[in-house]
Design a protein around this ligand. Structure first.
Ligand SMILES: NC(=O)c1ccc[n+]([C@@H]2O[C@H](COP(=O)([O-])OP(=O)(O)OC[C@H]3O[C@@H](n4cnc5c(N)ncnc54)[C@H](OP(=O)(O)O)[C@@H]3O)[C@@H](O)[C@H]2O)c1
Length: 226
């Protein structure tokens, strides 16, 4: 299994779960030092792959060789409203979260019964004041459906999380992050905000279940219910 974006958050949790189940694991991100550390921790093979760099994607996927499973939780998205976010930041976000995975799947040598997990986010269907993010997540979900059709029998699914308490939110001041998580816990029908492990467990189930393909799998505590 190759996980691109395995140094923190959902990708790291998926790597820990896969390693615990004895998977032959390759961990990747754009940061050599962090990838080496995770690989050492989990007994995995390290690879540097920068999803915003076509040459890096091509070289990394070639080095990875034939894959049963490919998961791509890696992305670096800049949040901002339609009016406030610069075009450069919107395009860079699309490059890392859509065009990076697009090129990675294209470069991957998948085993015929292999499976791919892409990652979107429920801003695709529940706008949160970040138009570029809604567009990117929608594009990823469309890509997942199309690839399930075009790459069959390789299975392709998109994991669509709602709010997940990962290191991604460390960009917010601590008090604001805590308040956001507490509010979500009170508001969500599940009365729970997902951990990375919650998402990793579902991802592993989707990757390994032979009857799941072409789906967008919601895991959001019921957020889409309004
Ligand atoms: N957390 C949430 O609330 C939430 C909600 C909805 C959807 N999602 C989506 O779920 C996915 C995982 O989220 P997360 O919260 O686990 O993210 P995260 O904590 O920000 O982790 C992102 C991972 O991607 C890697 N990465 C970033 N840019 C990269 C690049 N250009 N090339 C290769 N790797 C790159 C990072 O590693 P390095 O820095 O070491 O490169 C890191 O391992 C993302 O697509 C995110 O948009 C998350």
């Amino acid at each position: 299994m190759l996980i691109i974006g395995a140094t923190q958050g959902i990708g790291r949790a998926l790597a820990e779960l896969a390693a615990a189940q004895g998977a032959e694991l390759i961990v990747a991100s754009r940061n050599a030092g962090r990838v080496t550390q995770v690989a050492q921790d989990l007994g995995a093979m390290p690879l540097v792959i920068d999803l915003t760099d076509s040459a890096s994607i091509a070289a990394g996927l070639k080095a990875a060789g034939k894959l049963d499973y490919l998961a791509i939780p890696g992305s670096d998205v800049v949040f901002g409203s339609f009016r406030d976010l610069s075009l450069a930041d919107a395009q860079a976000s699309m490059a890392s979260k859509f065009w990076g995975p697009y090129q990675a799947v294209r470069a991957a040598e998948m085993a015929p019964r292999g499976a791919v997990a892409l990652f979107s986010g429920n801003a695709s269907r529940k706008p949160i004041g970040a138009a570029a993010l809604t567009a990117i997540n929608s594009a990823v979900e469309g890509l997942g459906r199309a690839l399930a059709h075009e790459l069959a029998p390789v299975r392709v699914n998109t994991i669509c999380p709602g709010l997940v308490d990962t290191e991604m939110w460390e960009r917010l001041p601590t008090a604001q992050r805590t308040e956001m998580m507490d509010q979500a816990k009170r508001r969500l029908p599940a009365r729970h905000v997902a951990t990375s492990k919650d998402i990793a467990e579902l991802t592993l189930a989707v990757l390994t279940n032979r009857y799941v393909t072409g789906t967008t799998v919601d895991i959001d505590g019921g957020a889409l219910l309004g």
